[in-house]
Ligand binder design. Structure first.
Ligand code: SF4
Length: 459
């Protein structure tokens, strides 16, 4: 294969990363592998030697966005590799297939790299030492996502993830731990653990027991949280399917080992709809669970997502969902209107809900949630909290930070006037007192600047 010579500039690759945090981790693996081979990166398609589009294929709207990104890359560059969830469905890409260099499914880093090397040979003298240990990250330096498994073995009827990404496949605990060590050494302050089904970690390996640097460690989510919790000031867990093991995780949150943040997608509250979704459908049990979690860890913030307009959802089902929200007062809520996803079992269910009705339900749910969120945030006024600075907003002279109850990108912010903390920088921990609340965000002033103390912070 012909290769670029040592004194020519390295080939430049464009990357488009769409979809969820799991897909973002795949993109990080791809760019790390490219950098290790000596490739450089281009900020726009026109200046790139080839473009990799990491697609999302979960909802029709995400598929449309992915197809749009592929068309754009083809029009502006012409040499395009498609990877990610949409890549697992070649028929969805039929229109473009002939023009693409390669199509691969999600997490197929090696296939992407080998297709790219064929099309755009790497530089002759790629220097392996230009890659930081642990690979390149697309997140700011103070936080990072760590993917602990691929795929999912559940069978939710609205979801095609198990078909796209396969059944649950956990990474060996020592692997995960080694990557975490590299991130900690790099100065990451907040580690966000992601996967399709985080609480199920190790199920597929029968929770195999192993050793890490002389001490025993099972491939089990509670063992992993104990390990990781000792390595980062903040450890946040995402996407916890409501299994009984969550009680143990909440206990670890109460002990300050992980942030008191429970991201549990309940999806609905009506037993009839949950049954049709093939999700745990005993709502009374769920209410008891939530009460128990709050008894174990009173400060726990619960985040959840819901789907409205699922086939067969009646007004009574929807009213049940609203009642559930009024009763549980969940802290952070995302709501999606049900969409047909090609290949999902739910497509065959009767009782389609008209789009305008589903949209009205979504708006009503979010209006209720805004009231709940505003009231819950107002209850925090006067409290102290440790916050992590994400960015400095020069234009508005503000420090933009997050409290333990807020994940990046999806939750609220804590805003602090720079007048009080002129020297704060992204990645700093600050000790603040909450002074005012809005619907999703809080305002605060510093009480003292604190070095990273173990993620307790709330009093
Ligand atoms: S648990 Fe999540 S990823 Fe798995 S099938 Fe259900 S919705 Fe899909």
């Amino acid at each position: 294969m012909p290769q670029a010579s040592a004194d020519t500039p390295p080939p430049r690759i464009g990357i488009v990363s769409l979809g969820c945090a799991k897909a973002l981790v795949d993109s990080e693996r791809i760019i790390s592998a490219l950098r290790a081979r000596g490739y450089a990166f281009a900020p726009d398609h026109a200046g790139a030697d080839a473009v990799i589009v990491n697609t999302c294929g979960f909802l029709d709207s995400a598929r449309a966005e992915s197809l749009g990104a592929i068309s754009e890359a083809l029009a502006e560059n012409g040499k395009v590799i498609v990877t990610g969830c949409l890549g697992a469905e070649p028929q969805a890409l039929a229109e473009h297939a002939e023009k693409l260099i390669a199509i691969t499914g999600p997490a197929r880093v090696h296939e992407v790299i080998s297709a790219l090397e064929q099309a755009v040979p790497p530089p002759h003298d790629a220097k392996l030492d230009i890659l930081p240990p642990g690979g390149l990250k697309l997140t700011p330096p103070h936080y990072a996502y760590l993917k602990i498994s691929e795929g999912c073995s559940n069978k939710c009827t609205f979801c095609i993830i198990p078909r796209l990404r396969g059944p649950l496949a956990s990474r060996p605990a020592a692997d995960v731990r080694a990557e975490a060590e590299e991130l900690a050494a790099r100065g990451v302050k907040e580690l966000l653990v992601v996967s399709q089904d985080t609480a199920a970690y190790g199920q597929d390996m029968r929770y195999a027991a192993g050793h890490w640097q002389g001490h025993p460690m099972r491939t089990h989510i509670t063992d992993l949280v104990r390990e990781l919790g000792g390595m980062f000031p903040w450890l946040r867990l995402h996407y916890l399917y409501p299994y009984p093991v969550i009680d143990e995780l909440v206990q670890l949150m109460a002990e300050g080992i992980a942030l008191p943040y429970l991201d549990v997608p309940f999806q609905h509250a009506s037993p009839a709809v949950l049954k049709a979704m093939r999700r745990p459908a005993n709502t009374e049990k769920t209410l008891e669970q939530i009460e128990r979690w709050r008894a174990i860890c009173p400060d726990v913030a619960i985040r959840s997502t819901f789907i409205v307009g699922f086939p067969g959802e009646t007004e009574a089902d929807f009213a049940e969902l609203l009642d559930f929200l009024r009763t549980t007062r969940i802290d952070r809520v995302g709501c999606f209107v049900y969409e047909h996803v090609q290949g999902a079992a739910a497509n065959d269910l009767p009782g389609a809900v008209p789009a305008e009705v589903a949209e009205e339900r979504r708006a009503a749910l979010m209006a209720l949630q805004e009231e709940i969120s505003a009231a819950k945030l107002a209850e925090k006024i006067g409290r102290r909290a440790t916050v992590l600075v994400d960015e400095i907003d020069e234009e508005n002279d503000l420090v933009v930070a997050r409290a333990p109850w807020d994940a990046p990108e999806v939750d609220g912010m804590v805003l602090i006037s720079r007048e009080h903390v002129s020297n704060a920088a992204p990645g700093d921990f600050l000790e603040v007192r909450i002074t005012a609340a809005e619907t999703h965000d809080l305002w605060a002033e510093p009480v003292e600047t604190a070095a990273a103390n173990r993620g307790a912070g709330q009093t």
